[in-house]
Ligand binder design. Structure first.
Ligand code: ADP
Ligand code: MG
Length: 684
């Protein structure tokens, strides 16, 4: 047998079991070795029956004296009862609903039993202990690993399989150079794998885990480092800080920049002065004022004689960017280029037809007559050729993909140089998480909100106050405000918490006299845009929607965000919804509804009620739900992390330090490992 032998060839694995294992991502013996326990139960202390104490989790060993099945009087379930003795005493053992036990265990058999000791009037007993016949201990009498399972695969089965193959761990090649491993005191890989499955003591587990976690984190860091090094090797136009003009720009703003905005802008201006591409992420809560920072550095790029582009995830957002930039940069030549609309500012166009205008604008862009280009992410796939693109900003995206970069370089108009890159996101990503996933990026944070913002009043509304909330909304609409109603589903069978059901209820019963519309992800892009546009223009009072409204659109007139089935959303996502209101001087409100009364849900939602900082909310989510749930698995790339978590801050730092500046030519195995990792996931 080899590492890459299919598990089908293992003893007691047939097609059915092999299929079930594949659900756990286990196809080969190697996969099985990398299926790590998520916790352990320490049954390594063998206790004689006379020493058993109520409440203890222990393993004991004895001989079966009696065993038999009976039916429980009330529930008609099968109960298996046994009596086990070891010369020091007798223990009663009970299992429920496992009649086949009497076929495995017979009077006279030696047996290990692991579990919790309880007692009743008749003395000590064990209820549903793990048992193992004989005198070895794979499942009992040791530190027993507990594996992630799936339907039809049991702990016993996995442990049995592991015991068959564990020696093959020696064949797993250690991809870390020995010199490096010794420098940071890591266990050899084969030893770590053996230990994680068959530890002898708890201390050993820690060492094995440290090695295996390091591997997971190190791959991420190495990948980031590879990107970073390749960027460093590429050239970018060095854009000087045009101090006088930028100061004038800042002085001309209708508000004072916050300290965080100034620091972020300064960091970017520093980056762009270097002849290597900036690669930065700007993180700031909704409404924290990222756009003006982007405008400032785009202006600086323009002052250096290069073009700047900004890309948004939706057309509406792109249009809003044009509106904002028109005000912030009134003298610059701007172009909006989306599939439904193409237009310019400060440039006279000769053409009148849609197609003609598009062609003419593209020519202006290619000739360098346009200074700032605004579009959706689709700008990349369109046949746009730039004259000399110096800076690209992507809004509401966590990072630039390697492919996106390549396309932009090709279109930039300067084959010698790569543009500077800035991505901006309102998704609050805590620092440790950013370090892991975005090791290649420099990150700027805007944590302060501009002054004078009114706090959005957030209330978890009890179901019997629903009517009151509707009355409140009606008053808001009478005062000219607009309202969002968010539902977790588009349609549902039980008519609850779905956009279509709420829309029907609100438009025909509750607010039949108001203008109610709906929006969801299954509508055609054009329909969605039209509804959104009507909402932006104030032609809709109440918009019932799924999470599609989440991303960046600005509707200053909206003052109420009502969220149905709030327990279904992560706190960071609820925070994004809440950020859709409170964007102007109107006092704004966020109402949460849930039918779930569990303590955990109530606790989470009350925490949200009290907390206004998106980062704090994201941290809370990360602690309680894990990054996959918070940021989406594919996007976060976290499915590759089996043992390591964001709480392993020290190891994250260590992995980052070791990766920084590493010479990939000297360590080809490291490069291979990153490629293997990239093939196994599909990021970006
Ligand atoms: P986001 O970070 O969510 O993209 P925006 O850039 O859209 O936020 O800014 C939200 C609003 O705040 C805009 O209307 C903008 O003009 C305003 N704004 C930005 N910075 C400041 C500031 N320092 N003081 C006051 N208002 C500001
Ligand atoms: Mg924005």
């Amino acid at each position: 047998m080899y590492l890459y032998t299919s598990v089908v060839h293992l003893n007691r694995v047939g097609k059915t079991v092999a299929n079930r294992l594949s659900i756990l991502g286990i196809k080969t013996i190697r996969d099985l070795l990398f299926h790590f326990p998520f916790r352990y139960e320490d049954f390594s202390h063998l206790v004689s029956i006379s020493q058993l104490q109520e409440g203890a989790e222990v393993t004991t060993h004895g001989k079966v004296e009696l065993i038999g099945n009976k039916r429980s009087p009330r529930k008609r379930k099968i109960i298996t009862e046994a009596l086990v003795s070891d010369g020091t005493g007798q223990l009663r053992v009970v299992w429920f609903g496992q009649p086949f036990l009497t076929k495995n265990l017979h009077v006279g058999d030696e047996v290990y039993l692991s579990g919790r000791v309880s007692s009743d009037m008749l003395g000590m007993q064990m209820v549903s202990p793990v048992y193992e016949r004989g005198s070895t201990g794979t499942h009992t009498a040791r530190i027993v690993p507990m594996y992630p399972l799936t339907a039809g695969v049991t702990q016993k089965q996995l442990r049995f399989l592991m015991s068959q193959i564990i020696e093959l761990a020696n064949e797993v090649e250690d991809w870390l150079p020995e010199e490096l491993r010794e420098r940071i005191d890591l266990m050899p890989l084969a030893e770590a794998i053996r230990t994680i499955h068959f530890p002898e003591n708890l201390d050993e587990i820690k060492h094995a885990e440290r090695r295996l976690k390091f591997d997971e984190l190190f791959v991420l860091q190495l990948r980031a480092e590879m990107i970073r090094q390749s960027l460093k090797r590429s050239k970018a136009p060095a854009l000087n800080f045009q101090e006088t003009e930028i100061k004038k720009f800042v002085a001309g703003l209708p508000f004072v920049l916050t300290k965080d905005q100034k620091v972020a802008a300064w960091e970017m201006l520093q980056d762009m002065q270097k002849p290597e591409p900036m690669n930065r992420l700007l993180e700031g809560d909704v409404g924290s004022g990222k756009t003006v920072v982007a405008a400032l550095i785009m202006y600086n790029a323009v002052l250096n004689g290069t073009q700047a582009a900004i890309m948004a995830p939706t057309e509406i957002l792109a249009k809003q960017h044009l509106q904002s930039l028109k005000q912030l940069l009134p003298e610059q030549r701007l172009a909006l280029l989306t599939s439904s609309e193409v237009k310019c500012e400060q440039v006279e166009l000769r053409e009148k037809t849609k197609k003609g205008v598009e062609e003419e604008v593209k020519q202006h862009i290619a000739a360098g007559n346009i200074e700032v280009i605004i579009g959706t992410h689709a700008l990349l796939t369109r046949d746009v050729q730039f004259h000399n693109l110096g800076l690209v900003v992507v809004d509401e995206q966590h990072r630039f993909g390697v492919d996106q970069r390549k396309v932009l370089k090709e279109k930039s108009g300067n084959l010698e140089a790569t543009p500077h890159f800035l991505s901006m996101t309102a998704t609050p990503i805590p620092r440790s998480f950013a370090l892991t996933l975005y090791g290649d990026l420099d990150v700027s944070f805007i944590r302060q909100k501009p002054e004078g913002r009114k706090e959005i009043k957030t209330r978890l509304v009890a179901p019997h106050h629903r009517q009151k909330a509707y009355e409140f909304i009606r008053v808001q609409v009478q005062q000219g405000r607009q309202v969002f109603v968010i539902c977790p589903l588009i349609e549902s069978t039980d008519e609850k918490k779905s956009v279509m059901a709420e829309f029907k209820k609100l438009s025909t019963q509750i607010f039949s006299d108001l203008r109610v519309e709906y929006l969801h992800g299954k509508m055609k892009p054009k329909e969605k845009d039209e509804v959104m546009l009507r909402f932006v223009e104030g032609k809709v009072d109440v918009l019932v929607s799924t999470s599609v409204v989440e991303v960046g659109v600005n509707i200053p007139n909206a003052s109420v965000m009502m969220i149905e089935g709030a327990e279904r959303f992560g706190l960071a996502q609820l925070h994004q919804f809440r950020g859709r209101v409170g964007r102007a001087e109107h006092q704004s409100y966020c109402f949460l509804f849930t039918d779930i009364h569990s303590q955990e849900v109530q606790k989470r939602l009350s925490f949200f009620e009290k907390t206004t900082d998106g980062f704090v909310l994201a941290e809370y989510d990360l602690q309680t739900r894990g990054p996959g749930d918070v940021y989406g698995t594919a996007q976060s790339g976290m499915m590759q992390l089996r043992l390591a978590t964001m709480r392993d801050v020290e190891l994250i730092k260590l992995a980052r330090e070791v990766a920084r500046g590493i010479d990939f030519e000297q360590y080809p195995t490291l490069k291979e490992k990153v490629q293997e990792w990239e093939n196994s996931v599909h990021l970006e």
